[in-house]
Design a protein around this ligand. Structure first.
Ligand SMILES: Cc1ncc(COP(=O)(O)O)c(C=O)c1O
Length: 426
């Protein structure tokens, strides 16, 4: 019985909801959407309208009940797509920018500059560097941190522990002499999150020290059970930080946050933001890459860390079709993020109605593209196991991550479940 409940949860994470036989057999799409019968003047293609619904009834009901939320997402997509289009026009993006280049990358017909300019405008920054040479979000964030910090400085993470790949960058976890910030004499401190999983505003007000050179704000929850931050909350945090020391630089880990709202952190005072094109701003099309954006001086410093002092942003080949994918992905990104947000709303709605614990809660405004579901919640409650920490599982709906990572996730969970059952039976 335990396994049945567990497997139901696990299956739902990876595959479409199975169609129950009753639905498969008889209910046509038109019946499920009774309120949307077509106007009488239009000819009805009966073959099309008789396609079986691929969804179970819970999903159909959830979709219908989320009409207002989905409409708000459509408005957001329209708003953000307009911003992207405007920026593309201003950068005079054209077909000649899609060609790419080889070698040093000096003669690439202005594609890099156009992409950087458009990206900077979209996020409200002075400057941006968008490159295939950023391996990942972690790499882009690292370049931004190394741009700001020098020996003797302190880095202060204000939203609790940062995403775990940054532990070795910071030196929180031993990097074995590979050149972490700690290896270079940069100190590190954290302001823990408040009990509700959000920022601890009280502690933040007195948290800066004279040597605190950079405050790191992580916008998304990543894969942990905490709240993601709205841009409004980021603005409030920046004001509190700058009130204590106007020279303290603010770096926002923007991974999974791009286009989820109508504004971005540089518009509310972030000195730098960094993120990955394998997530939101790549629009599921960019094959690789990342970005740093913000104040020009610091973007240049991050670029020098990516390449070398003196080389900066003016070289670096992007061969083949990659430039075209970057422009195309950025153009599609608001739409892809919109679909993802709808997915998170739908999953939260259905899973919460089945008794699973979800974060964010159903129907609350989204601040990133991550929906966390405690798949084992029901099992834990039934078996009364008291684990030291409840492992959380997040399902990021951007297709790239879902397809690549979900099978591993399920494999891991299955193994964990087997161990739990073993322990239970012994
Ligand atoms: C909030 C956050 N920051 C940083 C990263 C690191 O990004 P990457 O996996 O591209 O290195 C992630 C990855 O999921 C993340 O969720």
């Amino acid at each position: 019985m335990l396994l049945t409940v567990g497997m139901w949860g696990l299956n739902c994470a990876t595959s479409a909801y199975p169609t129950p036989p009753a639905l498969k057999a008889s209910i046509p799409m038109a019946t499920l959407r009774s309120s949307s019968s077509p106007p009488p003047s239009l000819p009805i293609n009966h073959r099309y309208h008789r396609i079986d619904s691929p969804f179970v009834s819970e999903v159909v009901e959830a979709v219908d009940s989320l009409y207002a939320e989905f409409k708000a997402v459509d408005n957001l997509v329209a708003h953000n797509t307009t911003r992207v289009l405007k920026a593309f026009q201003n950068a005079r993006v054209g077909y000649h920018h899609f060609g790419g280049c080889t070698g040093y990358g000096h003669d690439e017909a202005g594609g890099r500059e156009a992409l950087d300019q458009a990206f900077a405008e979209i996020v409200g920054a002075e400057s941006a560097i968008v490159r295939s040479q950023f391996f990942s979000g972690t790499h882009a964030i690292t370049c931004a941190l190394f741009a700001f910090l020098r020996p003797g400085d302190e880095l202060l993470a204000v939203a609790g522990p940062p995403y775990d790949t940054l532990e070795e960058v910071i030196g929180k976890r031993d990097s074995h002499g590979m050149g972490s910030l700690n290896d270079f004499g940069v100190k590190y401190r954290e302001v823990s999150l408040a009990k509700d999983g959000g920022l601890d505003w009280e502690n933040l007000r007195t948290s800066l020290r004279p040597e605190t050179k950079c405050a790191l704000i992580q916008r998304s929850c990543g894969y942990s059970w905490r709240k993601s931050l709205s841009v409004y909350e980021i603005e409030k945090a920046i004001k509190i930080i700058k009130m204590q020391n106007p020279n303290c630089l603010v770096m926002v880990d923007n991974c999974y946050g791009e286009f989820v709202e109508s504004i971005e952190p540089p518009m509310v005072g972030a000195d730098l933001i960094a993120g990955s094109l394998i997530k939101n701003p790549g629009g599921t099309i960019a094959p690789c890459g990342g970005y740093v954006a913000g104040r020009e001086r610091w973007v240049k410093a991050a670029a020098a860390r990516l390449s070398a002092p003196g080389l900066g942003i003016d070289c670096g080949a992007t061969p083949g079709d990659v430039m075209r994918s970057f422009f195309q992905g950025l153009f599609l990104s608001p739409q892809m993020v919109g679909e993802t947000i709808k997915g998170t709303l739908l999953i939260a709605e259905v899973m919460a109605s089945k008794g699973y614990k979800v974060q964010p809660l159903p129907r609350v405004p989204r601040h990133d593209t991550v929906q966390v579901i405690l798949l084992l919640y029901v099992i834990l409650a039934m078996t009364q196991y008291r684990l030291y920490s409840l492992e959380t599982v997040s399902v990021s709906l951007l297709s790239v991550r879902l397809y690549k990572e979900a099978p591993q996730l399920v494999h891991m969970l299955n193994r964990w479940l087997e161990q739990l059952l073993d322990m239970h039976q012994r």
